[in-house]
Design a protein around this ligand. Structure first.
Ligand SMILES: *[C@@H]1O[C@H](CO)[C@@H](O)[C@H](O)[C@H]1NC(C)=O
Ligand SMILES: *[C@@H]1O[C@H](CO)[C@@H](O)[C@H](O)[C@H]1NC(C)=O
Ligand SMILES: *[C@@H]1O[C@H](CO)[C@@H](O)[C@H](O)[C@H]1NC(C)=O
Ligand SMILES: *[C@@H]1O[C@H](CO)[C@@H](O)[C@H](O)[C@H]1NC(C)=O
Length: 951
């Protein structure tokens, strides 16, 4: 999936024709509109006393009066709607009152009497023991020991058994419903690319209430989303805040977008704008007579649009003032109206909350200039990766409050605009008085897990309460709905989630979700988890050292557990007494190590004191473009892409010392196995095994395996060139493998590909990795394996069978027993698939909708499984992904097993050993349990003799 729902980053823009004609039309239209406007204004501006009797007589008095009456509405500025209501306007008669008993509640507010300064630092916030009573779609009471006798007879009682309860999650950047999943051309309505300036289009006009993703997202506790148009245009159009309740099963009476509106009274309006690279990329193609081609052009397009809207607003205000003075009947013309500029006029009137996609300093600065030139506030900058560097620019924006920053926690580097970014952005912004909120940009991130973005923000140093606010109360407030949603408080909409664990812990899943007081699940799957305990906010996370030092010898004290590949010993007892001594790059002692410590101390070796230290094997990333590409949106930063005629070895194209690699390394991912890219997506060629910490490929230990596996793609990307269909792609692979079985190594003029395929079907047993998600194509691959193995047996060219690995595997769970029987391993990427594309539509999304995800089904069927990621930036989250898999396995996948899935399992599948030949230690030191959110990497040794320390 491309970022922002936009066309692929490519030189040829498939939308060129549509835009061109559309624009031509619009230019003519604009001239006509301008003329009309001039005419109307000229009519009005006739000298006083010469009020045209004749034209008046031609006008409808009724319409003049209606126009005059419209003035006050036109000029009104909305207030945030209050929480003081008898009932929620969304309440439907018949939905019963609910009492949730014995919950541990996060109200979203500090205790009464907490000073603003204390509240900012998190003082006064806590989880409280309470009952919650909901009636008429509202939260009515939040107090302990509510007696049933005081409630209506039809009240339903739901026992939370102490579990954690928060308000519904609010995602203020989503395209769900307009960018429906699975991604299909017929249901893609994200960007109106007929023109760069389209304030007049509205996301609600394309919003599909039947988008299955609306339900999947809700299953992550998300009850409210702001549905924005995409960011292909400088001005994208109007946005709408919806709730994720659709039709009868969700307690609604109808299936409609209108019924989903979070605020049926429509107090506020919302608009999406975007600056920077996107509009240039979509429109700025040489040979066209329009742009924008550059940021310079974008600024002009913005200003020109605001000028049109401003002209309309002034003409309207003048008309209204004159009508007030003279009476509507005496007006020489009607109230000027222009649908094209109406919504942008409303922006200038302060009726619309503007949300602008803006990454970089020049973009932020230009946009802030526009706000001051045309006097309108911007509510939040989205994708705002560079805001942490320039809070003072944000503070210069027009209006009485600086814009917020709507962020991803660690999705960065994918385009040049996000290449300057920081995991600490949320923390830094918060410290500088800018509100950070966390968003999914669904379908860019899996919005079901948008709360995981807030969790990672907490991990990266944003205070716990501010991280939770960043997906609840702060987002609600930025939507102007701060008295309605985002808190557990009497008078608020009854949007409530009860969680199976702290929402900021790894793998947190709702047990039940209520929207406007209606439970959304009849029979939700509830995972078996330890008794829920709120996390203890760890303020030390904010003090993480980001600069590393290199050591050959170092001592770690306060080690409470050591998990090494061969020796899975868990140290027990008083953690403070346990030490790990590293000398000259080799672990020389684990335990008390009194003698070693004394000797080491006398030679001045650094002691790193850990709180709850954990030592684990480092992580391996498999199958991304790490080491072969740096910025996804910038072709020149990449090795390039193989097509159907080319085939290469990644070792020949390694590009090291990159930001993505440094981030992976700093998160304990010391090794990566990457294969060359394939032109239309995914991979083709021979993968290389390398050390992420190496600066170049000739460094000692930089490349630890020249050729790891042969990779092919059988996703829809395979359908091109010589193999226009999936069936032809499968049969082409079959032809190549049969040829490899039939041929022999002494044959002359064998291509690299032929030679490697001979190694796949021959005694070397080189692994064959097929990138595929669809269960149907996995079935074809299993048949292919059988056929090729039969040929291999006939030729007796190999003792064993094919060493076959499925990479991707979103639908692999459907063939778990078959995969186990065929001895095929699976590397899941992504681990939590979400029906992004048609071939992944049968992904399991987990509790409360499904009992487990693909990993649980594969593991139960005894398929060898490993975990990886689809995108390069995500490699840094591998440890947490293992944590999610462990936490959500109902106790079936142990911590050690989950960790093997991101480390040693990959080597078992590939027939490789993890041991470095030189015996230098490879380990990763964490403070805190590496599978939990509040852990962080303190040191990494990657087997090349050095220990990198962040302490
Ligand atoms: C609340 O739930 C907890 C956890 O199940 C339980 O220990 C406690 O007794 C319950 N309290 C009440 C008042 O039911
Ligand atoms: C989920 O599946 C497992 C078997 O994999 C089973 O033990 C468990 O009871 C199931 N849970 C639910 C809620 O169906
Ligand atoms: C290998 O193939 C070549 C060309 O097809 C043939 O000349 C040669 O005899 C074969 N050698 C073996 C050992 O099969
Ligand atoms: C499964 O495949 C692996 C790797 O090819 C091989 O080592 C192992 O012997 C196979 N197991 C069975 C039961 O065929």
């Amino acid at each position: 999936m491309d970022k922002d729902g936009l066309p692929r980053y490519s030189k040829t823009d498939e939308h060129a024709v549509g835009c061109y004609y559309g624009h031509r039309h619009r230019r003519f239209f604009r001239v006509a509109v301008a003329l009309l406007l001039c005419y109307t204004v000229a009519q009005y501006w006739r000298p006083a006393g010469d009020v045209g009797r004749t034209s008046e007589s031609l006008l409808s008095l009724e319409r003049l009066k209606t126009d005059h009456a419209a003035c006050s509405k036109l000029q009104s500025v909305p207030q945030d709607p209050t929480g003081l209501r008898e009932r929620n306007a969304r309440y439907l008669a018949g939905n019963k009152p609910v009492l949730i008993r014995n919950a541990t509640v996060w109200t979203g507010e500090p205790a009464a009497g907490t000073s603003a300064e204390d509240a900012h630092s998190g003082k006064g916030y806590s989880w409280i023991h309470s009952d919650v009573y909901m009636e008429h779609g509202l939260i009515k009471r939040v107090e302990l020991g509510i007696s049933i006798a005081s409630l209506p007879d039809d009240c339903e009682v739901w026992n939370a058994n102490g579990r954690l309860l928060t308000s519904g999650i609010v995602d203020m950047h989503s395209h769900t419903g307009v960018d429906s999943l699975p991604n299909l051309r017929g249901s893609s309505d994200t960007n109106e690319l007929s023109s760069d300036i389209t304030p007049y289009v509205r996301s609600i006009d394309g919003l599909n209430p039947l988008d299955p993703q609306l339900q999947v997202i809700k299953s992550g506790g998300v009850t409210t989303s702001l549905i924005l148009p995409g960011s292909g245009n400088n001005i994208g159009g109007e946005a709408f805040v919806i709730k994720h309740a659709v039709g009868k099963p969700d307690g609604r009476s109808e299936i409609s977008a209108e019924d989903m509106l979070a605020d049926p009274e429509k107090n506020w309006r919302y608009m999406k704008m975007a600056c920077g690279e996107n509009a240039k990329r979509v429109y700025g193609t040489l040979g066209r007579d329009f742009g924008p081609f550059s940021r310079l052009g974008e600024a002009w397009y913005f200003r020109h649009a605001f000028e049109q809207a401003s002209t309309l607003v002034k003409a309207q205000d003048d008309w209204c003032a004159a009508a007030d003075r003279r009476g509507a009947a005496k007006m020489p013309g009607y109230l000027p109206r222009e649908l094209e500029w109406e919504s942008l006029g409303a922006v200038l009137r302060g009726q619309v909350m503007v949300n602008t996609h803006c990454y970089t300093v020049p973009d932020l600065e230009a946009f802030v200039r526009h706000t001051n030139e045309f006097k309108f506030p911007v509510r939040a900058f989205h994708h705002a990766h560079q805001t942490y560097l320039v809070p003072e620019i944000l503070k210069r924006a027009y209006g009485d409050r600086p814009p917020a920053a709507a962020l991803f926690a660690d999705n960065m580097y994918y385009k040049v605009e996000s290449y300057t970014a920081s995991e600490q952005a949320g923390k830094i912004l918060y410290e500088n008085g800018i509100v950070p909120v966390y968003v999914s940009d669904s379908p860019v991130l899996n919005a079901q897990h948008v709360v995981f973005e807030a969790a990672k923000a907490y991990r990266y140093g944003l205070p716990y309460h501010a991280a939770l606010a960043g997906v609840t109360s702060a987002s609600a407030e930025l939507l102007g709905l701060g008295e309605r949603i985002g808190k557990i408080k009497a008078g608020f909409d009854a949007d409530v989630v009860v969680w199976d664990s702290d929402p900021l812990s790894v793998g947190a899943a709702p047990v039940q979700v209520w929207i406007d007081g209606t439970p959304q699940y009849v029979d939700p799957v509830e995972l078996e988890k330890p008794a829920p305990e709120p996390l203890k906010p760890d303020v030390a996370l904010a003090n993480a050292v980001t600069e590393k030092t290199e050591k050959t010898s170092v001592i770690f004290s306060g080690v409470s557990s050591v998990l090494s590949p061969g020796d899975e010993r868990q140290l027990v007892g008083n953690g403070r007494d346990n030490r790990v001594v590293v000398q000259e790059g080799v672990i020389s002692c684990v335990g008390q190590c009194l003698d070693e410590v004394a000797a080491a101390l006398s030679s001045g070796i650094k002691v790193v004191r850990l709180r709850n230290g954990h030592i684990v094997p480092p992580l391996t990333s498999f199958g991304t473009y790490l080491g072969l590409a740096e910025i996804a949106g910038e072709d020149i930063t990449q090795d390039g892409e193989n097509d159907e005629n080319s085939f290469s070895a990644a070792v020949d194209g390694l590009l090291l010392d990159s930001k993505n690699l440094k981030a992976a390394y700093a998160h304990g991912v010391t090794r990566a196995i990457s294969a060359p890219a394939f032109k239309h997506g995914d991979h083709k060629g021979i993968s290389v095994g390398f050390s992420t910490g190496a600066v170049h490929a000739r460094e000692k230990g930089a490349v630890w395996q020249d050729e790891v596996a042969v990779h092919y793609t059988l996703t829809p990307a395979a359908r091109q060139g010589k193999t226009p269909s999936l069936s032809s792609a499968v049969s082409e692979l079959r032809r190549k493998l049969f040829k490899a079985v039939a041929s022999n190594e002494t044959e002359a003029d064998l291509s690299v590909e032929d030679t490697k395929l001979q190694a796949v079907v021959g005694g070397e047993n080189l692994p064959l990795v097929i990138e595929v998600h669809s269960a149907d194509i996995i079935a074809s691959v299993l048949r292919l394996k059988e056929e090729v193995e039969a040929a291999m047996t006939a030729k007796s060219s190999s003792s064993g069978g094919l060493r076959l690995i499925i990479y991707g595997g979103a639908e692999s769970h459907m063939l778990a027993p078959e995969l186990a029987t065929a001895n095929v391993s699976v590397i899941l990427a992504p681990v939590l698939a979400y029906s992004e594309s048609w071939d992944q539509r049968r992904s399991l999304t987990g509790a409360p909708l499904t009992n487990g995800t693909a990993v649980d089904v594969l593991y139960a069927a005894e398929v060898k499984v490993a975990l990886s990621t689809k995108e390069d930036w995500e490699a840094r989250d591998l440890g947490l992904i293992a944590g999610i898999v462990h936490a959500n396995s109902g106790g079936k996948i142990s911590e050690a097993e989950a960790w093997r899935m991101v480390s040693s399992n990959i080597y078992d599948m590939l027939g490789l050993t993890t041991k470095s030949d030189r015996g230098e230690a490879e380990f990763c030191v964490y403070e805190g349990n590496p599978l939990e959110i509040d852990s962080r990497v303190v040191a990494v040794a990657d087997g090349r003799g050095m220990v990198s320390v962040w302490a």
